[in-house]
Design a protein around this ligand. Structure first.
Ligand SMILES: [Zn+2]
Length: 290
């Protein structure tokens, strides 16, 4: 990507190397808390159902936000600088898009952490993959995930890495637009897990589409994408489709258990955003064919 002229975001919080602190350090007694945590975060990979997630928002079971000292990442850290520039680009892009529809965009924070960290949604763990916590409006990422993207998912490349951030920022956009709340209400009405999973898929595919919208808009404004890089993001979207992951993990595919969408669906919605640059084209809740 061409990011040399990009500014860095002021919204990156560097917690790498810190212990998770507070009551959230891992121990046997915290297992149930771990359950809550898993239910609460919108995670990239872990196949968490937002039903549990969102139904818990209204309850009192969410742990109180932890106060964590905020540090800026060091200037000579290439990976942190990259993430910071991509985040800044999502800020600029979504500011413009929100203004077009007379809305105000509120920047999310992005937290770099290693291993485990406390979040308003409970303990965040690297194993969950990057995730967004709607309660504190922060994206959490352990940069070791990018190594996994290369090694395990065979999806290298800067634009693939940027897509991961843009997808989580997409969840933040959903929060600001009130979509997450609507999905939560729909899930409370849902009769069974398959319906709840189907809502999750629509939420995730919309975040993919929003990531594409960012890609398109950012590239038209700043020309940040280099030849071939769009394919990197498509490759990443393919690699993390539920069907591909299930095939690799279990050797079978069960579409009714999908929570993020198939590879083809993830590619299609990312492309839809990338081709149109129009968030209104990302209404995954109002279409028969995903
Ligand atoms: Zn997601």
């Amino acid at each position: 990507m061409r990011l040399d002229d990009e500014r860095e975001s002021d919204n990156v919080e560097d917690r790498r190397g810190e212990s998770s602190g507070g009551g959230f350090s891992l121990g046997v007694g915290h297992l149930s808390l771990g359950g809550i945590v898993l239910a609460l975060v919108i995670s990239y990979f872990s196949g968490i159902s937002p039903s549990t997630l969102l139904s818990l928002f209204s309850g009192g079971s969410a742990p109180a936000p932890q106060v964590v000292s905020a540090h800026k990442p060091p200037a000579n850290d290439a990976m942190a600088t990259f993430v910071s520039k991509v985040l800044a680009d999502t800020e600029d892009t979504w500011q413009v898009i929100f203004r077009e529809s007379k809305r105000e965009y509120r920047d999310p924070k992005l937290v770099l952490f290693t291993g485990t960290t406390s979040t308003a949604c409970g303990a965040g763990k690297a194993a969950m993959g990057p995730f967004y916590c709607p309660l504190d409006e922060k994206v959490y990422i352990d940069l070791a995930f990018y190594q996994e993207l290369k090694d395990r998912f065979h999806a290298p490349g800067e634009f693939a890495e940027a897509y991961v951030i843009a997808h989580e920022v997409g969840h933040h956009v959903q929060k600001l637009l009130g979509i997450s709340d609507k999905v939560r209400a729909a899930e409370e009405r849902a009769g069974n897990q398959a319906q709840i999973n189907a809502l999750s898929v629509r939420l995730e595919l919309q975040a993919d589409c929003f990531a594409g919208v960012w890609g398109k808009r950012a590239d038209s404004m700043q020309h940040i994408i280099e030849p071939g890089e769009i394919n990197e993001a498509l490759n990443a979207a393919t690699a993390i489709g539920d069907d591909r992951l299930q095939q690799e993990a279990q050797g079978t595919i069960r579409p009714e258990t999908f929570t993020h969408g198939s590879s083809a669906q993830r590619v299609r919605w990312f492309k839809r955003g990338m081709e149109t640059g129009d968030p209104n084209q990302c209404n995954t809740f109002n279409t028969k064919t995903l």
